[in-house]
Design a protein around this ligand. Structure first.
Ligand SMILES: NC(=O)c1ccc[n+]([C@@H]2O[C@H](COP(=O)([O-])OP(=O)(O)OC[C@H]3O[C@@H](n4cnc5c(N)ncnc54)[C@H](O)[C@@H]3O)[C@@H](O)[C@H]2O)c1
Length: 423
C-alpha cells in the first residue's frame, strides 16, 4: 500500500479516527479504495499496516485490508478524483469565534475543483454547521458550472459512530443521507449500500441538524448532572443521593451521572448551532458548565486541603472518556494545567493514551490527593482503591466525580471511602 496507481471505486479524504475505519470498512466489503491524508506519518503507519490509534477490531481489519491490496494511499487530495465516490472525513473544529472552521474542507474543495468531472459524487462525512452541504454544492456550481444533483452529486452523510464501536455501528446505525438536488441522495446511497445499516434519506440541512443536535443532546444531558454536582456542593448535599432520588422508580426521571464531559465532538459541535442560534447563549452556558468541572474539582480540593503548592496530586486518566486512547480536548489536561498553576506536584497515570505517564503505583505513592479524571475500567477495580488506601498519604483526599467505586462521594478521604465501599 504505497502510492495510488489505479482507479478506485471510493476515495476517503482524511484518514483520521473516522476516515481510516471507514476506508478500511469499504475495502473490507470488497471496494477498491484510495485513502488520502496530508500527514506523512499517518500514511506511513497505515502503509506499514500499523493502526495509528486504538479502534476495537481496527488492527485485524487493517491486516485483512493490507493483505487484500484493495487500499491505496496518497497525500494528494486531487488523487481522490480517481474514484467516482469521494468521501470527505476531514476535521471540522470550531473557531473561538463560535463558528465552524472549514479551512480543511475549503482546501480540499480547492484541490478537487480542477479534477472533478460529471459522474463524481462528493459526500461530506465530517460534522458540519447547518448550510455547509449547500455551500459545498454552490461552490462547485459557482466555480465549475456543474448542475448539482444531475451531473455531479453532493450529499451529507454524517458519521454518527462512537469511537471504539465503529465496526459494530457502521452496520447498524441508520445512515442518514441528505442529498443536494434531484439525484444526489440516491447516488450517495449506492455507496453506503456496502453496509448493512438502513439508509434514511432527508434534506442536507436536516442531516446536518440531526447530527449536531444528537451531540448537543448528549452535551446538555451531561451538563445537567454536572451543574447539579456544583449546586450540591454549595448546599452541602450529596449529588449521587439527589440523582438517586430523582431517578428511583420515577417514570419521568433519567438524569445522567456527573463527570468530566469533553472530547472534540461534544466540545465543538454545539458551536455549529450556536453560531446562528435563535437563543444565543443557551448552548454556550451548557459548554461553560462542562468546562467548569475541572475548576470545580480543583476548588473543592483546595477548600478541603488548603494551598496545593508542593502537595502531590495524582490524576488518574488523561483520555477524554473511558477506555479510549483519545486525549483530544480532554478536560483531564485542563485539570492538570489548573493544578500546576496552584504549584501542585502533579503525577498522572493513564494505561491507554500515547502521552507517557507514570505507573499507577508511582502516581499514587505518597499522594495528598488522587483525582479520577477518566473513568477507565481499570480505575473501577476495587484494587485501584485498595492501592490508593495503601500507598497514598494517610489522609489522602480522593476525588471521584464518576463514582467509580460506588461510595457515592465526589470528595472523600481514602480511609472514609474504603470504609464506605466495604460497608
Ligand atoms: N472522532 C469521532 O469519534 C467522530 C465521530 C463522529 C463524527 N466525527 C467528525 O468527523 C470528522 C473527522 O473527525 P476525526 O476525529 O476523524 O478527525 P481527525 O483529526 O482524526 O482526522 C482528520 C484527518 O484529516 C487529515 N487532514 C487534515 N487536513 C487535510 C488535508 N487538507 N488533506 C488531506 N488530509 C488532511 C489529518 O491528517 C487527519 O488524519 C470531524 O468533522 C468530526 O467532527 C468524528
Amino acid at each position: 500500500m504505497t502510492a495510488a496507481h489505479s482507479t478506485a471505486e471510493v476515495s476517503v479524504v482524511g484518514l483520521g479516527r473516522v476516515g481510516l475505519p471507514l476506508a478500511l470498512s469499504f475495502a473490507d466489503r470488497g471496494l477498491t479504495v484510495t485513502g488520502v491524508d496530508n500527514d506523512p506519518a499517518r500514511l506511513d503507519a497505515v502503509g506499514e499496516g500499523r493502526m495509528p490509534f486504538a479502534e476495537t477490531g481496527g488492527q485485524d481489519l487493517l491486516d485483512r485490508v493490507h493483505a487484500s491490496g484493495r487500499l491505496s494511499l496518497s497525500e494528494r487530495v486531487a488523487d481522490a478524483a480517481r474514484a467516482r465516490f469521494i468521501v470527505i472525513t476531514l476535521g471540522t473544529p470550531s473557531f473561538s469565534h463560535i463558528e465552524i472552521d472549514m479551512r480543511d474542507i475549503r482546501s480540499a474543495l480547492d484541490d478537487l475543483l480542477g479534477v472533478l468531472a460529471p459522474g463524481h459524487c462528493l459526500i461530506l462525512r465530517s460534522t458540519v454547521a447547518p448550510g455547509t452541504t449547500d455551500f459545498v454544492a454552490g461552490y462547485l456550481a459557482k466555480h465549475r458550472d456543474f448542475d448539482i444533483g444531475e451531473d455531479v452529486f453532493v450529499a451529507h452523510a454524517p458519521e454518527r459512530i462512537a469511537a471504539g464501536r465503529f465496526l459494530e455501528e457502521i452496520d447498524t446505525l441508520p445512515c442518514i443521507i441528505g442529498g443536494v438536488g434531484h439525484r444526489s441522495g440516491e447516488v450517495a446511497a449506492e455507496l453506503f449500500a456496502a453496509f448493512a445499516a438502513p439508509i434514511v434519506q432527508t434534506t442536507p440541512v436536516q442531516a446536518e441538524l440531526a447530527k449536531i443536535w444528537a451531540n448537543i443532546l448528549r452535551y446538555t444531558n451531561f451538563a445537567l448532572p454536572n451543574l447539579l454536582m456544583m449546586d450540591c456542593e454549595r448546599s452541602s448535599a450529596n449529588v449521587f443521593e439527589v440523582i438517586d432520588l430523582i431517578n428511583r422508580d420515577y417514570p419521568r426521571g433519567g438524569i445522567a451521572q456527573p463527570g468530566l464531559t469533553a472530547g472534540t465532538c461534544l466540545r465543538k459541535d454545539f458551536a455549529f448551532s450556536e453560531e446562528r442560534s435563535a437563543a444565543p447563549g443557551m448552548l454556550l452556558a451548557v459548554s461553560r458548565v462542562n468546562e467548569s468541572v475541572p475548576l470545580f474539582l480543583l476548588e473543592g480540593v483546595k477548600r478541603r486541603m488548603g494551598p496545593l503548592a508542593n502537595r502531590k496530586v495524582a490524576v488518574l486518566g488523561l483520555a477524554f472518556k473511558a477506555d479510549t486512547d483519545d486525549e483530544r480536548d480532554s478536560l483531564a489536561h485542563k485539570l492538570i494545567r489548573l493544578l500546576e498553576r496552584e504549584l501542585a506536584d502533579v503525577s498522572a497515570h493513564d494505561p491507554h493514551v500515547p502521552t507517557p505517564t507514570v505507573s499507577l503505583e508511582e502516581a499514587i505513592d505518597g499522594a495528598d490527593a488522587v483525582i479520577v479524571a477518566t473513568d477507565h475500567a481499570e480505575f473501577r477495580y476495587p484494587r485501584t482503591l485498595a492501592a490508593t488506601t495503601e500507598r497514598a498519604s494517610g489522609d489522602c483526599l480522593v476525588v471521584d466525580p464518576w463514582n467509580c467505586w460506588g461510595a457515592a462521594q465526589v470528595f472523600a478521604y481514602s480511609a472514609e471511602l474504603a470504609a464506605l465501599v466495604a460497608s
